[in-house]
Design a protein around this ligand. Structure first.
Ligand code: RFL
Ligand code: PHB
Length: 390
């Protein structure tokens, strides 16, 4: 079997790249380890930057997003019982974000792919990447006991943090940068009306909490938990009690409780692999980097990678040569590091750190006082939150 671009992984990065390539007549095949149902069942991010919305428009996958997505002109930061409104629209000169679940983005992209003729292999095992340091890369994998070989011009490694693509790079050719945090987020999804109209990022002496949503009838909440915590220890009642203690009193009053549809713990991590290209292999999205979710950047960064990867692949196939692929890594990493910085900063100022000394706690308080007291401080926050330009 032969294609132009072999895409490893059918998360948002892989699916978006597939749609953009198909839309410009470039043949591509996706190879995914999980079943289609498993991919569609994952609950993850929920805030889309303008750049990601534009890419989904370009990919022709924006109809439901524009119908059901909620435009948010701002969000709130709480510091124990005080709150401040971050007016994104005013502070950025007109920019907003769209609240629309990653699960829905994935479903829309998959539906569009299934209407066309581009091929996807689900439930692929033993996925292996070969010869991407030369001119004839190929991918091998097994589906239903049958071995396949996919020859291609380029491999796009869109297979997430635990995928095979990054692990296929020779160790000496890449540098990994990592920061682990000593806490995670316990998330709960429930079909109850959200407590507030906008997101509330809440710093609290009991630990961080986030009030978020998917629609006027579906809420998404998070609380900071120890890395050793297990979901089984968190019955719904315990979660609701803890959440209400970590948000300002008037928000707590409006929390409607109900049975959870999903509950999971995500470990917080900052991670970057450099470079993001090796020969004919491009790493995109979580395969190349991870941010803690505090700045709502993970999914959006996967989208900006795809913007740069799509341009690089198109130029390469138009005979621009290897230089186009080298540019991909440089362009993507410049934006990646800015989002890493912002996500690290949001995480650092809003969470409780076990190893913080009194000095660091005072600095954290000073960061909060600065945001509460300075419109310019809030403008920098807003500029990063809505997403830096591509
Ligand atoms: P994904 O979504 O992880 O998709 C990768 C796909 O590759 C498949 N795969 C393989 N396929 C073939 N062969 C292999 N060997 C493979 N190994 C893996 C996987 O099954 C999967 O389908 O990466 P992508 O496309 O780069 O998208 C990135 C986003 O998903 C990610 O940045 C965000 O969801 C991060 N993230 C969050 N971001 C936020 O902004 N807000 C959040 O609340 C938030 N919550 C989360 C998250 C990530 C989580 N992960 C990765 C565990 C919660 C969790 C639990
Ligand atoms: C979410 O709704 O899942 C969400 C929103 C904002 C974040 C992280 C997660 O910063």
């Amino acid at each position: 079997m032969r294609t132009k671009v072999a895409i490893i992984g059918s998360g948002p990065a892989g699916l978006l790249l597939g749609q953009l390539l198909t839309g410009s007549g470039v043949d591509n095949v996706i190879v995914e380890r999980q079943t289609r149902e498993h991919v569609l069942g994952r609950i993850r991010a929920g805030v889309l930057e303008k750049g990601m919305v534009s890419l989904l428009e370009r990919a022709g996958c924006d109809a439901r997003l524009h119908k059901e997505g909620l435009i948010h002109e701002g969000f709130e930061i709480a510091d124990n019982d005080r709150r401040i409104h971050i007016d994104l629209k005013k502070l950025t000169g007109g920019d907003t974000v769209t609240v629309y679940g990653q699960t829905e983005v994935t479903a829309d992209l998959m539906a569009a792919r299934e209407q066309g003729s581009a091929q996807t292999f689900y439930s692929a095992s033993d996925v292996a990447l070969h010869d991407f340091d030369g001119a004839s890369p190929h991918v091998t994998f097994t589906v239903d006991g049958q071995a396949h070989r996919l020859d291609c011009d380029i491999i796009a490694g869109c297979d997430g943090y635990h995928g095979v693509s990054r692990q296929s790079l020779p160790e000496r050719s890449r540098t990994l940068y990592e920061r682990l945090y000593d806490f995670g987020w316990l998330g709960l999804l429930a079909d109850v009306p959200p407590a507030t109209q906008e997101l509330v990022y809440s710093r609290n002496e009991r630990g961080f909490a986030l009030v978020s949503m998917r629609s006027p009838t579906r809420s998404r909440y998070y609380v900071q938990v120890d890395t050793s915590e297990k979901v089984e220890n968190w019955g719904d009642d315990r979660f609701w009690d803890e959440l209400r203690q970590r948000v300002p009193a008037d928000v707590a009053e409006h929390v409607t409780t109900g049975p959870s549809i999903e509950k999971s713990i995500a470990q917080l991590r900052s991670f970057v692999c450099e470079p993001m290209r090796f020969g004919r292999l491009l790493l995109c999205g979580d395969a190349a980097h991870i941010v803690p979710p505090t700045g709502a950047k993970g999914l959006n960064l996967a989208a900006s990678d795809i913007h740069y990867a799509f341009e690089a692949i198109r130029d390469f196939l138009d005979n621009a040569g290897d230089g186009a692929l080298a540019d991909y890594s440089v362009r993507a990493l410049t934006r990646v590091w800015k989002a890493e910085r912002f996500s690290w900063w949001m995480t650092s100022v809003l969470h409780n750190f076990k190893d913080h000394s009194g000095f660091e706690r005072r600095l954290q308080q000073a960061e909060m006082d600065y945001i509460f007291g300075s419109e310019r401080g809030r403008a920098a926050l807003a500029e990063n939150y809505v997403g830096l330009p591509y």
